[in-house]
Design a protein around this ligand. Structure first.
Ligand code: ATP
Ligand code: MG
Length: 395
């Protein structure tokens, strides 16, 4: 017997599930308050609804079953472009086009997509936007942790119902993955390698047989066309709960690289800071790009262990110093400039943030930072204000 987890006709706006560990689906439908435009961080499909609608309207290429857009339009949504009617699609991901094309194409096949990379390389970001563009819903999400139980991937039970009436369709609480299977949507699993290995293996049947057995009901949920899954995993977690080879074979792995050039990284940071600043009602800072360039330079040099001119070798601190951290440092600086400064982003506004990002381990990282400050920053032309600001907060 096959039990359809009914694709209950839900309004798109109700179609939200809180990113929880278990049974997010039902809980989300019944209980999630709709923040609407007041949401602190709207979901990708809401934040970029206008772009997605414009793409859907002008996209005449073939769409795989239940996809909202063709693969070409999904790639355009991620990489940006201008549509025939002049609508500008902003780039969400800045990086090699081929990577995005492979990722999108994978979702149209019977293999799932694994986004792998060091922290802060936009794995979560790309996964959210892919789900938003392909299925119009990025919220069918399982957050992987060391404590993620099998129910988070399969299904749980409403215990009151279960005790009162025994196992039944009504007592079943489907997981986001189960709902995605039943409705032909994209499910997301964050931080797959943090999930204990035996729980990870729950995905094997789902991904190879495309079915989820429910032995308690003598039933199963069969995935309908359109279902696929995007998982993210962090390079740094390698060895924590490595994927079994059986599971790895079900995934097509796409590695997201660090931004290849300083310009690309400055571009990413500027764009995101601008978006975040707008959502936080921070005033736009017109001359901020010089300071952004400086933050990016410091992060890249410390990350790479060598100065930009390749002349001086540096020690790297223990933290990641990813693009994501650079974005946080600049956003923090922008808030300082807006609330306590004259609205212009200056060295003093980013110095404390940089220190916090670089010095994670108070003993070892502080030595690395001091050395960098005295041997590189101090000697660099035009960086006197930055040196002074960093000295002040480091003291
Ligand atoms: N190449 C890029 N293009 C666009 N945005 C980027 C890029 N690299 C990083 N970002 C930005 O960095 C931020 C953090 O990205 P995200 O949280 O997706 O990283 P992650 O790879 O999931 O990190 P973690 O491993 O820590 O979970 C996002 O706001 C994203 O916009
Ligand atoms: Mg992530």
């Amino acid at each position: 017997m096959s039990v359809p987890v009914e694709p209950t006709p839900v309004e798109p706006s109700q179609h939200r599930s809180a990113p929880a560990n278990t049974g997010a689906g039902e809980k989300g439908r019944a209980g999630a308050a709709q923040a609407g435009p007041e949401a602190l961080r709207p979901h990708a499909e809401d934040a970029f609804a206008a772009e997605l609608a414009a793409l859907a309207a002008q996209d005449d290429r073939p769409r795989p079953a239940r996809w909202k857009l063709s693969p070409w339009a999904v790639a355009t949504y991620l990489l940006g472009g201008t549509l025939p009617d002049g609508t500008v699609i902003t780039p969400k991901y800045v990086g090699p086009r081929r990577i995005v094309e492979v990722a999108v194409t994978t979702l149209a096949t019977d293999r799932a997509l694994l986004l792998l990379g060091v922290p802060g390389t936009a794995k979560t970001w790309v996964s959210e936007h892919l789900a938003a563009a392909v299925s119009g819903d990025s919220t069918l999400l399982v957050q992987g942790t060391a404590g993620t139980p099998e129910e988070a991937i399969r299904y749980g039970w409403n215990y009151a119902q279960l005790l009162a009436h025994g196992p039944s369709r009504d007592a079943l609480v489907p997981s986001p993955v189960m709902r995605a299977m039943a409705e032909g949507m994209t499910a997301r699993v964050e931080e797959l390698t943090r999930i204990p290995a035996d729980v990870q293996d729950t995905l094997i049947t789902i991904l190879s047989e495309k079915t989820l057995p429910i032995p308690e009901l003598g039933a199963e949920v069969q995935a309908v066309r359109g279902f696929n899954l995007i998982a993210t995993a962090n390079d740094r977690d390698r060895g924590v709960n490595d994927l079994s080879s059986a599971l790895r074979r079900r995934f097509n792995t796409v590695v997201l690289p660090l931004p290849e050039s300083p310009e690309a990284e400055v571009d990413i940071v500027s764009r995101r800071v601008d978006q975040i600043g707008r959502s936080l009602d921070l005033p736009a800072v017109p001359d901020g790009v010089d300071e952004i360039r400086r933050v990016v330079t410091v992060f890249r040099e410390l990350r790479d262990g060598v100065t930009t001119d390749r002349r001086t070798k540096l020690k790297s601190p223990s933290g990641t110093l990813s693009t994501a951290e650079a974005i946080s440092v600049v956003t923090g600086g922008l808030a300082l400039a807006a609330h306590f400064g004259d609205g212009v982003l200056r060295a003093g506004d980013v110095a404390a943030g940089i220190l916090g990002a670089v010095v994670r381990d108070p003993a070892a990282d502080r030595v690395v930072w001091q050395e960098y400050l005295e041997t590189v920053v101090r000697e660099r032309d035009g960086w006197k204000d930055f040196y002074r600001a960093c000295r002040e907060v480091s003291a």
